[in-house]
Design a binder for this molecule. Structure first.
Ligand code: ARG
Length: 460
């Protein structure tokens, strides 16, 4: 029967139901690589300070290597009775090396061990994630360049507001995701701290060399306070906040694209490979990938709250509650990775329906602000021009007309300052290009953004 490695103090062993309750293998087994990496670094450090001889270190390193191969071959079967990844791997080392294997845990606790494994794991996960966000950013830049000449209605309150360049729309999401990338990068920096050597909570009576393991594990710095180290989960909260913000962005983008693909909007055609049909209605092409993205976002958001609520009110230092820190983080990592894998090619594959979009530009009086500003340039105070154009809009709605249908006489009913040049205002593309304020939707400004966006990509 497999005894827990801590069984010495106990006369009995935990009930089976307690073992099931206590085990974390189902979530922490995927830390096995980092656990072995941590053990190698810890073993080398124990050798460095004279606790392991040359031959002992060699044997430990070889055995750790063999264990990794056993796992990769699928012939290592972790046991629930051994609770977690840490004790399963240590028990196997002892099985292989006897008393020598029992030296690996010298000066180490699972409390600093799990923190080490987790931080190593998150560093790699965050780098992978940053690569994927970078690919998404590149696709958005590409789309912005390609669609810069396409004018679409811009919305506030989901009502027609002002015309914009579709390139400007894509760049809006470019900047949101660029900030997400920075947030993931900030989380990386918070994660890049060596916990090993903090022990269970107070450090060690042995002369452990934490700078040695820091270098060995390629952490940027070593943590300053052992009590803080074994209880600190801030770096995970930072990741979850970054992931939540990213997911919120993807959810909003999905909502726009879902709307745009409806027959009511008909702005875009979604690529077939990211849509599904209906089992009953032969006509259906559903935007499921986007709906799932919107839906899966809730799981990421709740993961952030899950961990915050877990940590709230915990006394220092390690408490077993903290074992529950993995499910929300791994769930979010998995979800955010999937969203990125889906969204990037989906955006790339969108076909923009320019002809259909043009039909929309005549609805909703998109150029009302332009006309008000036209009058401003003729010397009329804006608040007055706003009222004048509002009245004209009301007149058009009543008479089922659009601005283009009005004669100069009709314009002049509302304001004598209108001249023939008002018709020059009524071109959506020119209206877009007039908005040259820094960060505005004019093509010249979108081009400027694209240049800045490209150098941002180069800088990361
Ligand atoms: N599996 C635990 C975790 O993930 C580490 C074990 C610490 N256990 C303990 N009794 N101190 O947090």
């Amino acid at each position: 029967k497999d005894k827990a490695l801590w069984s010495g103090r106990f006369a009995g062993s935990p009930a089976e139901i307690m073992q099931n309750y206590s085990q974390s293998l189902d979530v922490d087994w995927n830390l096995y690589k980092e656990d072995l990496q941590g053990s190698r670094a810890h073993g080398k450090m124990l050798h460095h300070i004279g606790i392991l001889s040359n031959i002992e270190l060699d044997n430990i390193l070889n055995a750790l290597e063999e264990i990794e191969i056993e796992i990769e071959k699928g012939i290592f079967h972790p046991k629930i009775a051994l609770e977690d990844v840490h004790m399963n791997l240590e028990a196997r080392l002892i099985e292989k090396l006897g008393p020598l294997g029992a030296k690996i845990h010298t000066g180490r606790s699972r409390n600093d061990q799990v923190a080490t494994d987790y931080r190593l794991h998150m560093k790699k996960a965050l780098k992978d994630l940053e690569d994927k966000v970078l690919s998404l950013l590149k696709i958005l830049l590409h789309r912005a360049e390609k669609d810069i000449d396409i004018v679409v209605p811009g919305f506030t309150h989901l009502q027609h507001a002002q015309p914009i360049s579709l390139g400007h729309y894509w760049m809006a999401y470019f900047w949101k995701f660029a900030r997400d990338l920075k947030r993931f990068n900030n989380a990386y920096e918070t994660t890049d701290v060596n916990p090993l050597g903090a022990g269970a909570l107070a450090g060690s009576t042995l002369p452990l060399d934490r700078e040695f393991t820091r270098k060995e594990l390629e952490f940027a710095v070593t943590s300053e306070n052992s009590l803080d180290t074994v209880s600190d989960r801030d770096y995970l909260l930072e990741f979850l906040f970054a992931a939540s913000t990213f997911a919120l962005h993807t959810s909003g983008l999905s909502e726009d694209l879902i709307l745009w693909s409806t027959s009511e909007f008909d702005f875009i055609e979604l690529p077939d490979d990211f849509c599904t049909g209906s089992s009953m209605m032969p006509n259906k092409k559903n935007p499921d990938a986007l709906e799932l993205t919107r839906g899966k976002t809730s799981g990421v958001l709740s993961s952030l709250y899950d961990l915050m609520i877990n940590i709230k009110g915990l006394p220092l230092t390690y408490n077993r509650d903290l074992q529950e820190d993995k499910r929300p983080v791994f769930h979010s990592l998995y979800t955010v990775n999937m969203i990125l894998d889906i969204l990037t090619p989906l955006i790339e594959g969108i076909v923009v329906k320019e002809e259909s979009i043009r039909q929309h530009l005549n609805k909703g009086f998109l150029l009302a602000t332009d006309i008000a500003e036209y009058l401003v340039l003729k010397g009329i105070p804006f608040r007055d021009t706003h009222g004048i154009v509002g009245n004209i809009v009301q007149y058009c709605i009543k008479n089922n007309k659009i601005f283009e249908d009005l004669s100069l006489e009709e314009w002049k009913i509302y304001c004598s300052a209108f001249e023939n040049d008002v018709y020059d205002i009524l071109c959506p593309q020119l209206a877009v290009d007039r908005r040259k304020t820094f960060g505005g939707t004019a093509r010249s400004e979108v081009k400027r953004q694209i240049v800045v966006g490209k150098s941002f990509i180069q800088s990361v």
